[in-house]
Design a protein around this ligand. Structure first.
Ligand code: BJW
Ligand code: ZN
Length: 252
């Protein structure tokens, strides 16, 4: 059930704002069938992050890590953007300065038509050299790229002789400096920040709403559950992103 009064209030706040931005997490893609990380159906219920999403895990068992990422790529390939992604893509037309900071690696914002997207945890379809020789390739479905060579275990190898890995940010790794710097700068200068479908637990991305609050912005959280941000947000809209974002769009 969408809280109509709260939506109307947010509609007014958004109408009056010039600099609006959003930050999204796995929850926005849940309605597209992409599993989240935490929560009852989350990936971390079935898999241990330290076995799959750290550089040490990749060093110890690259075959297991690649198996997991290939499975996730297959799930994401079947997914379609949902009304939440679609509404955010139209926000770019409503607010010319609108930008989107996403922790998601699934590329669904781009597929929905968003063009100003900052992917702070990388992109699951990009494969890059684990030794950082500079090699990187887009392996998204339909990308017109040559297949990469595989070793005798079926793992992709780089032209420099190193291993290739998904171009995502694992625990303990630094985020792309340009991406997170831009995200923080936007948070510092926005008037309204929408925080959509993230548990607000993983740093430094979770600092984006903290920076916006510290700079005096209005923070509107959209989530099916409470998070550590909920009590500090100016408005907390409890419900599905795929219902609340189109409702917000209608109220602006
Ligand atoms: C809905 C919904 C619907 C569901 N509608 N809502 C400070 C304190 C403590 C620890 C740290 C700290 N600073 C850094 C750390 C360490 C660590 C960290 O944050 N750990 C915490 C977990 C404690 N951070 C790091 O290691 C980061 N690196 C770093 O800090 O480097 C420092 C460094 C500097 C210089 C040199 C070297 C190092 C890197 C973090 C990388 C995170 N990587 C992952 C995997 C990405 C690749 C992949 O996808 O495979 O990123 S982990 C995973 O969590 C993924 C996500 O992007 C990220 C956030 O998850 P998200 O999006 O919030 O999803 P969920 O599942 O948690 O939540 C979903 C939400 O949606 C829920 O709230 C639901 O209720 C809601 N929802 N359906 C609306 N329909
Ligand atoms: Zn290389």
């Amino acid at each position: 059930m969408v809280d109509r009064d709260a939506i109307e209030r947010c509609g007014r706040l958004l109408r009056e704002a010039g600099r609006v931005m959003a930050t999204t997490g796995a929850g926005i893609s849940a309605e597209s069938g992409v599993p989240t990380f935490r929560g009852p159906d989350g990936l971390w219920r079935r898999y241990r992050p330290e076995d799959l999403a750290t550089p040490e895990a990749f060093g110890a068992n690259p075959a297991l890590v690649w198996e997991w990422y290939r499975w996730r790529r297959a799930r994401i390939a079947e997914a379609r953007p949902n009304p939440g992604h679609d509404a955010l893509s139209r926000f770019e037309r409503r607010w010319p300065a609108f930008e989107l900071v996403t922790q998601n690696v699934d590329g669904l914002h781009h597929r929905a038509g968003s063009t100003r997207v900052i992917e702070v945890h990388g992109n699951i379809w990009r494969t890059r050299c684990a030794r950082r020789c500079g090699f990187s390739i887009d392996e998204s479905p339909g990308a017109a790229t040559e297949p990469v060579p595989l070793d005798d275990r079926g793992l992709p190898v780089c032209q420099c002789g190193g291993m290739l890995r998904p171009d995502v940010t694992w625990f303990g790794e630094a985020l792309d400096a340009q991406a997170i710097t831009r995200a923080f700068a936007l948070a510092e200068s926005c008037e309204v920040l929408l925080v959509v479908g993230t548990s607000s637990l993983v740093y430094p991305a979770a600092a984006v709403p903290e920076i916006a609050l510290g700079a005096g912005a209005t923070v509107i959280e959209i989530n099916v559950d409470a998070t550590p941000l909920t009590s500090r947000a100016d408005v907390s809209l409890r419900g599905l992103a795929g219902e609340i974002l189109p409702a917000l769009e209608g109220a602006v």
